[in-house]
Ligand binder design. Structure first.
Ligand code: UD1
Ligand code: CA
Length: 452
């Protein structure tokens, strides 16, 4: 029988190098807090419990862990001390306990699972994910002899020979749930940093005659985030993963490196995305949609066959139905576009509801804000709104109505009506030339006056 897994997430470190009032693990990656990535990967293993270890007073961090419980590490006395704080929450758990770091969001669920599975197969009391480091200097070194992990030596405590080892500790550790309390209880702080190192659990297990192992993984997964520069490096790595996954799922990207995704961006097959497109949170795109270059899209469901951009901006609360056309320099905010509706050039549609097959002319503005309140513009199906019209909300334009170009619409328009909201044109025959002569003379007189 497979035993149940528990996961402990350490997130009580100070994170001072971020120089931020926002706790480090709440900094976003792909528009989702760092800690959420760690929790999603942990949850993929279907553990029976996940416990967070957080610093005193870190209310926002506790909220980000919800629905999972958190315990408080009263003082940051080291990773071993932090893990020990979770023991109470692990009571009665006899399966493997995975300890992961809240600031290492790139570790994949597959790697976590591999560690747990290998530990079970090898009957190891302790297992760690290790990697061959480009630059081992910041990491704990894994001292392996004849396939057995004998101990982990922190960089600051390593002797000259140990310093030459490039097989390093990722920080991810799997401990036997029946032994964890005894192992953590034995950790002392007799080291350079005067900290209780979780890594000492390895030597303690070996001294008690238990097996310990290291499972090798890819360095790219184990980058921890301590600074804004490392945050940017992690963002790039995560974006590359998200783009690759989208392409595998059938999305064409003309220039993938310039497409920025959110962790929750969802695509159906045969979507095409042009260069320099950003997807904010909450976007779901159906099949055969084309997003042309330089669009910024957030909080919208886009229906099958729609065409968006170039240079379109879609803001949250929007819904774009099948076969809609949104063209250049069109902004939508909290706006629903019905099936086959079009807004092809230079429009602002905020808090609007545009019916199926309606056409919104170039330069149309849904005037949604009066300085105090926001109001809705409702355009029914099959309406034609001529160019450069202002629809002053709240306003309703009935089915099949026609609003002439340049109109300022302040009153509801009934279905099928033709609405003019503009001054009537006055035409004076033969008066162009005299007007020009008059204007020319006036300009010349002004010039002479300046010279004097
Ligand atoms: C740790 C490992 C090191 C490994 C490296 C990988 C130890 C002793 N060392 O070192 O072998 O190569 O990670 O990046 O474990 N934390 C707490 N409470 C504390 C201290 C830390 O919750 O009192 C949390 C931090 O929030 C962080 C994680 O533990 O999420 C790691 O702590 P950190 O101080 O960064 O460990 P390193 O010195 O980098
Ligand atoms: Ca670290």
């Amino acid at each position: 029988m497979k035993s149940s897994i528990a996961v402990v997430v350490l997130a009580a470190g100070a994170g001072t190098r971020m120089k931020s009032s926002l706790p480090k693990v709440l900094h976003p990656l792909a528009n989702r807090p760092m800690i959420q990535h760690v929790l999603d990967n942990a949850a993929a293993l279907k553990p029976t419990r996940i416990v967070g270890v957080i610093a005193p007073g870190a209310k926002d961090v506790a909220a980000a862990f919800a629905p999972y419980p958190t315990v408080v590490q009263k003082k940051p006395l080291g990773t071993g001390h932090a893990a020990k704080a979770a023991l109470g929450a692990l009571r009665g758990h006899t399966g493997p306990v995975l300890v992961v770091f809240g600031d290492a969001p790139l570790v994949t669920a597959a790697s976590l699972q591999r560690l747990v599975t290998t530990c079970a197969k090898e009957r190891a009391a302790v297992g760690v994910l290790g990697f061959v480091a480009h630059d081992p200097s910041p990491y704990g070194r894994l001292i392996v002899q004849r396939g057995i992990l004998e101990k982990i030596v922190e960089s600051k405590d390593a002797d000259e020979i140990e310093k030459t080892v490039d097989f390093c500790n990722s920080g991810v550790m799997c401990l036997d749930g029946r032994l964890i309390a005894g192992l953590l209880g034995g950790i002392k702080n007799n080291n350079v940093k005067r900290e209780f190192y979780l890594t000492d659990a390895v030597a303690l297990a070996r001294a008690a005659g238990h097996k310990a192992i290291a499972v090798e993984g890819d360095e790219a997964e184990f980058q921890g985030i301590n600074s804004r520069a490392e945050l940017a490096v992690a963002e790039r790595a995560l974006q590359q993963r998200l783009r690759a996954a989208a392409m595998v799922a059938g999305v064409t990207m003309i220039d993938p490196d310039t497409v920025w995704l959110s962790a929750d961006t969802r695509f159906a097959a045969d979507v095409t995305i042009g260069p320099s497109v950003r997807f904010g949170p909450g976007v779901e795109i159906a099949a055969e949609v084309e997003i042309k270059a330089f669009c910024d899209i957030e909080g919208v469901r886009i229906g099958r066959g729609a065409s968006i951009g170039p240079f379109a901006r879609i803001r949250p609360g929007s819904d774009v139905a099948e076969n809609v056309h949104i063209g250049n320099f069109v902004e939508l905010k909290a706006t629903r576009m019905g099936r086959g509706a079009k807004a092809n050039h230079l429009a602002y549609l905020g808090d609007a509801d545009i019916g199926a097959a309606s056409n919104i002319g170039a330069g149309t503005i849904a005037v949604n804000y009066d300085g105090f309140g926001k109001w809705r513009t409702v355009v029914a199906d099959d309406v034609f709104v001529g160019s450069n019209s202002s629809l002053v909300a709240p306003v309703h334009i009935g089915k099949g109505a026609n609003v002439t170009a340049g109109s300022v619409v302040t009153e509801d328009v009934p279905a099928g009506a033709l609405a003019f909201g503009r001054a009537r044109q006055v035409t004076k025959k033969g008066r162009a030339a005299p007007l020009r002569a008059k204007l020319k003379a006036r300009a010349a007189a002004a010039k002479r006056g300046k010279k004097k």
